[in-house]
Design a protein around this ligand. Structure first.
Ligand code: FAD
Length: 446
């Protein structure tokens, strides 16, 4: 008999959910984690990032406070205080996640694991483990380009531990992580330059919404360099960094953050040797039940490079546990996944963009509301929100909702239920507005 029914590599969103739920179904489960229990999301992703976003918001809130009658005499930001408080919260969460697993009788090995066969693995301590099924949930890691001087740049991993706030920062990338950190550092007072190798950022979001973010960011003072790439980084004696660029002038800066994508974490722990098939981006290939090319080995989350988001990894882990240990087989529905960019202001989106709908559907109608939130009006902040509904012209069904503005992600979650439920524009029109809110714009667009 094998040591365990299930051995999970990676104590994270996908792996943690699969381990806990499988154990609750009665399986004998062990999990290996080489860094910290909680995975990317809790330790160096969504959670600490969102806490920094909250911290960053105070910059504008404190400025706006005067018009609401508050006298805030001095405004001074201390990076070390926020950083240490965020890291302490992450430490608390790591403890809570560990406790949840141990409360479910999951055996935790806080060490690296390597596959040695279709049903076996070796831990860093040398201990051999066997299991009927093995689940790979090793996530993804920042992809760092092979350029001269890359050792002077950081990835998002190091950002949460910076000794001091840089006066100037160059952020490379056009995805959500690059744009979120651009907003965060700008609010903290750093001068931010975002460089991207094409002239398109946030590719999967609606163009009109992205254009609004660029417009607002430029007005705030964030610099964008499009069609530009970093060729070389040199450290000067003064400690500053000289960045040799292709496509624009060179920079002197204090920090360089590379956020140009995340690569599935599949190298160096025996996957290929055991015969697990991988795709062009080094991702583990799986079927709809998360099974790899080796019958006893499964994979969920970012390592499979389907949709690199926490709630998706969690759903995949849950589906795996339900299917193989809970006798309630089911597969994840990838059709209507909401997502957000926690920029300043944030973007949120679900369903098809206008461009996607026009390519896919015969007739498309769009409705937009371009408005200045009431709070911004009183504060004298000239920043407008934009909401957009994309409607299938032949059925009246809402196929996409796209928003930029304060609290857009909080509002969009409910709208995502409507899109998934295939509600029509007429249903939105028939819904009474909740006044005064920004969200009421969703049911007032005509
Ligand atoms: P991960 O959470 O990546 O965890 C993999 C784990 O495996 C790690 O803990 C790692 O140490 C461990 N591991 C790897 N190899 C081994 C080995 N050989 N032995 C033992 N352990 C191993 N998603 C959202 O939905 N919303 C957000 O706002 C958001 N913000 C993000 C911000 C940043 C800066 C980053 C980097 C990511 C963000 N994400 C966000 C993405 C989200 O974090 C990932 O989609 C999610 O964590 C994927 O979970 P996972 O289960 O695939 O694995």
């Amino acid at each position: 008999m094998a040591d365990f029914d299930l051995f999970v590599i990676g104590a994270c969103s996908g792996g943690g959910r699969a381990a806990r739920v499988s154990a609750a179904y009665g399986a004998r489960v062990a999990i290996a984690e080489e860094y910290k229990v909680g995975g990317t999301c809790v330790i160096r992703g969504c959670v600490p990032k969102k806490l920094l976003v909250y911290g960053a918001h105070f910059a504008e809130d404190l400025d706006d406070a005067a018009m609401f009658g508050w006298d805030v005499p001095t405004k001074k930001f201390d990076w070390q205080v926020l950083r240490d408080n965020v890291l302490a919260e992450v430490g608390r969460l790591e403890g809570a996640y560990t406790e949840t697993l141990t409360n479910h009788d999951v055996t935790i090995f806080k060490e690296r694991a390597e596959l040695t066969g279709p049903n076996s693995a070796r831990l860093a301590s040398g201990k051999e483990v066997s299991a009927d099924r093995i689940l790979i949930a090793t996530g993804a890691t920042p992809a760092m380009p092979a350029i001269d001087g890359i050792e002077h740049a950081i990835s998002s991993n190091e950002t949460f531990h910076l000794e001091r706030l840089p006066k100037r920062i160059v952020i490379a990338g056009g995805g959500y992580i690059a744009n979120e950190f651009a907003g965060i550092f700008h609010q903290f007072g750093s001068h931010v330059t975002l460089v991207n190798r094409t002239d398109v950022i946030l590719r999967q979001y609606d163009q009109q919404i992205v254009d609004r973010l660029i417009q607002i960011s430029l007005r705030k003072g964030i610099d964008f360099k499009f069609n530009a790439t970093i060729e070389k980084i040199e450290k000067r004696e003064s400690g500053s960094l000289h960045v040799t660029m292709k496509g624009c002038d060179d920079f002197e800066t204090d920090q360089i953050l590379i956020a140009t994508g995340r690569k599935p974490n599949t190298a160096g722990f025996g996957l290929a040797e055991v015969g697990v098939e991988m795709g062009d981006n080094c991702q583990i290939k799986v079927d709809a039940d998360n099974r790899t090319s080796v019958a006893s080995i499964f994979a969920v989350g970012d390592v499979t490079d389907r949709v690199q988001l926490t709630p998706v990894a969690i759903r995949e882990g849950q589906a795996f546990a339900d299917t193989f240990f809970g006798k309630t087989p089911h597969q994840v529905d990838y059709s209507c996944i909401p997502s957000a960019v926690f920029s300043h202001p944030p973007i949120a989106s679900v369903g098809m963009t206008e461009g996607q709908a026009r390519n896919k559907l015969g007739q498309v109608r769009t409705y937009t509301s371009d408005f200045r939130p009431m709070k911004n009006v009183l504060a004298g902040r000239n920043e407008r929100s934009l909401y957009k509904l994309v409607v299938d012209g032949s059925t009246d069904q809402i196929v996409g909702v796209h928003m930029i503005g304060p609290d857009a992600p909080e509002i969009l979650q409910a709208a995502a239920v409507a899109v998934r439920g295939k509600l029509k524009k007429a249903d939105f029109d028939a819904t009474v507005a909740l006044h005064p809110t920004m969200a009421e714009e969703l049911v007032l667009m005509r």
